[in-house]
Every structure is written in structure tokens, then in C-alpha cells.
Design a protein around this ligand. Structure first.
Ligand code: NDP
Length: 333
């Protein structure tokens, strides 16, 4: 069993005389800054001079340049997009790191794939929320927090773990629980979900839509049945609450009988799917995906524009829009 930390394992007192700089005030930065301040931590914000810095000032934080904030802080939390982090780290963060500071990453990506190399005289830790930024604030305010992956990557002071856990407690994560993990494992799991589980799941969904529409069912009804009604998302929620197997009890006996007997016919697909997934996992673990992405970034915008244009022309995009409008679902409501 992995090591799991809760509130009792962490002491906010170790941050008592320390200043924590949040580099970046976006999805994660704003929520984590507000949570830390509400936990009694002395927080400052470092950001490029744009609307995020204005928001930080409006929220009552002292907002300075990234370089200045890193210079003033004892703990530096890197909360800017992963793809720009190596450059910002080199120019603004690294020159302002003195011995004994703690660097915290919300994603293991740049450390795991050697795109950021901190000096040996600072502590380096991972506090990676398993929660989107808005949820980081909302669950904190609601009092229950959210899980994170945490780990000490480098302990220069002998105090890295205590400070890492204090940060995790300050943002509200030890309330739910933090599981110990390396930067490489955290980054690999995250990328696997994005590159294997998500696309494989998406393929099953698309095959179902194609088959049912080709069989003559109205597209709007197919989309409602498969995901737009929210019934499927509700079942996922129940999986969280009572467990994957037990949630079956919420379905009719006809549903349970059909799922079990027909489900067996799809067993054979498990191995080919795992084969493809293991190729993707290997590219992630070996660093070849990270290498490829570093080299492709200048041409990525053109690629994303092409994908967006093609995506908007797909029949499912139009059915989806029409059905959401007719049923006032989500932002169409
Ligand atoms: P955002 O995309 O929300 O951006 C964060 C900040 O970076 C903003 O303040 C933005 O300013 C600033 N920024 C953008 N470009 C630059 C630049 N060139 N130089 C300096 N600052 C810049 O990031 P996230 O909060 O989504 O992600 C931050 C970290 O958290 C990442 O490591 C990510 O992997 C991790 N993470 C994110 C999760 C999420 O749900 N988003 C979940 C768990 C971890 P402005 O907006 O004003 O341009």
C-alpha cells in the first residue's frame, strides 16, 4: 500500500515565518493562493504584468514580477503552464533561488523529463492536485478538500517533507488525502489518462454513436442515451461513492443480467486495447513523448487550428449542439 498523508501528518507551523510565492495566478495559482492565505500562510504572487496580475492585486495579494517574488520567497510554487515553464525557470526563477528554498511543482512533467533542472541546494517537491483549479477552491470552501499526489524529489535541507506536507495542508489537500509518488510516476499517470484511457474511451463512444445512427436511431436520442442526459455521468459518480461493482445494484435486474452476459463478449478486446495502451505508456515512460512535444511546440498552434476546424465539421458536433440547445443542457441552458 502506498503511503497516504492526512491532516494529522502535516504541521502548518513549519511555514510560520516563511513567505510562499505563487508563480502564476491562473487556474491553480488563484485557488491555491486563496486557500493558503485562508490557512494563515503568508502568500505573495509573481506573474507577468497582465490581467492575472491585476486579478491578484484585486484579490488583495502583493503581486510583483516573477523574478522579484522568487527573490523574496522561502517557498516557490510553480503554477504556470508546463510548456512555458523551462524558459521562465531559466530566466526568472533559477537566478533567484538561494540555498534552503523549496520549489514546489503541481505537475511532475518538467522534472521527470529533465526539462527543468533545479540547483542541488534547494528542496524540490511535488504537490499535484487531482482536481481542476475551480474545484481546488470550491472543495476547500466546502470543507472537504481534494486528493493530491505528493513527493519529495530532492531534500537539501532535511526539512523538505515537512514543508511539502504543510503546503499540501494549506491548500486543503491533506483533508482528503495525499498519496506519495515520484515526479515521473505522477507525470506518467497523467499523460496515460490523456493519451490512452481518454482516447480509447472516446473510440468506444464514437463506435457506439456511429453504429446506432447507422442502424436508424435519431442522432439526438443516441447522444442523450449515451452521455447528454447525464445518466452515465451519474453512474460514474456512484462508482466513486459506493465502488465500481456495487454501483450495479442501482440498475434494474434486466440491466444487470444484460451487462454481465453480453459483457463477456467484449472480453477479447481487452488484450488488443492493452497492447496499444502499452505502446503509448512506453513512449511516455521513455521520455520520447516529452522529446517529441518539446520539438513540436512551434508548429502546434497550426495543428490545433486544423484539428478544431475539422472537429467543428463532424456530424456529431452539429447533433451535439442541436440536442444541447433543444434540452437546454450545459452552456446551451
Ligand atoms: P494556467 O494556464 O491557468 O496559467 C497559469 C498562469 O501562467 C497564469 O497566471 C498565466 O498568466 C501565466 N502565464 C501564461 N503564460 C506565461 C508566460 N509566458 N510567462 C509567465 N507566466 C505566464 O495554468 P494552470 O493553473 O492550468 O497550470 C499550472 C500548473 O498546475 C501546471 O504545472 C499544471 O500541469 C498543473 N495542474 C493543473 C491542473 C488544472 O486543472 N489546470 C490540475 C493539476 C495540476 P495569464 O493568464 O495572465 O496569461
Amino acid at each position: 500500500m502506498s503511503k497516504i498523508y492526512h491532516d494529522d501528518d502535516a504541521d502548518l507551523g513549519v511555514l510560520e515565518d516563511q513567505t510562499v510565492a505563487l508563480v502564476g495566478y491562473g487556474n491553480q495559482g488563484r485557488s491555491q493562493a486563496l486557500n493558503l492565505r485562508d490557512s494563515g500562510v503568508n502568500v505573495i504572487v509573481g506573474n507577468i504584468r497582465d490581467h492575472a496580475a491585476a486579478q491578484a492585486t484585486e484579490d488583495g495579494f502583493s503581486a510583483t514580477s516573477i523574478a522579484e517574488a522568487c527573490g523574496q520567497a522561502d517557498v516557490v510554487m510553480m503554477l504556470i503552464p508546463d510548456e512555458i515553464m523551462p524558459e521562465v525557470f531559466k530566466t526568472d526563477v533559477a537566478p533567484n533561488l538561494a540555498p534552503g528554498k523549496l520549489l514546489v511543482f503541481a505537475s511532475g512533467y518538467n522534472i521527470a523529463f529533465n526539462l527543468v533542472t533545479p540547483p542541488g541546494y534547494v528542496d524540490v517537491a511535488l504537490v499535484a492536485p487531482r482536481m481542476i483549479g475551480v474545484g481546488v477552491r470550491e472543495t476547500f470552501v466546502a470543507g472537504n478538500g481534494f486528493p493530491s499526489f505528493v513527493g519529495v524529489h530532492h531534500d537539501a535541507t532535511g526539512n523538505a517533507k515537512a514543508r511539502m506536507l504543510a503546503i499540501a495542508k494549506g491548500i486543503g489537500s491533506t483533508r482528503a488525502g495525499c498519496i506519495e509518488m515520484s515526479m515521473h510516476d505522477e507525470a506518467s499517470l497523467d499523460l496515460f489518462t490523456e493519451q490512452a484511457f481518454g482516447p480509447a474511451f472516446g473510440r468506444v463512444l464514437m463506435s457506439s454513436i456511429e453504429l446506432l445512427v447507422e442502424a436508424g436511431y435519431p442522432p439526438e436520442a443516441v447522444l442523450l442515451e449515451l452521455y447528454l442526459s447525464g445518466e452515465f455521468a451519474y453512474s460514474f459518480d456512484k462508482m466513486r461513492e459506493v465502488g465500481m461493482m456495487k454501483q450495479m445494484d442501482f440498475h434494474s435486474r434486466t440491466s444487470q443480467y444484460g451487462t454481465v452476459t453480453r459483457g463477456a463478449r467484449f472480453m477479447g478486446l481487452g488484450e488488443p486495447i492493452k497492447q496499444k495502451m502499452s505502446e503509448v505508456l512506453e513512449e511516455i515512460r521513455s521520455g520520447s513523448f516529452a522529446d517529441e512535444w518539446s520539438k513540436q511546440q512551434s508548429s502546434a498552434t497550426a495543428l490545433f487550428d486544423k484539428i478544431r476546424a475539422a472537429r467543428d465539421q463532424m456530424p456529431i458536433a452539429k447533433w451535439d449542439e442541436a440536442t444541447r440547445t433543444a434540452f437546454k443542457i450545459g452552456n446551451a441552458g
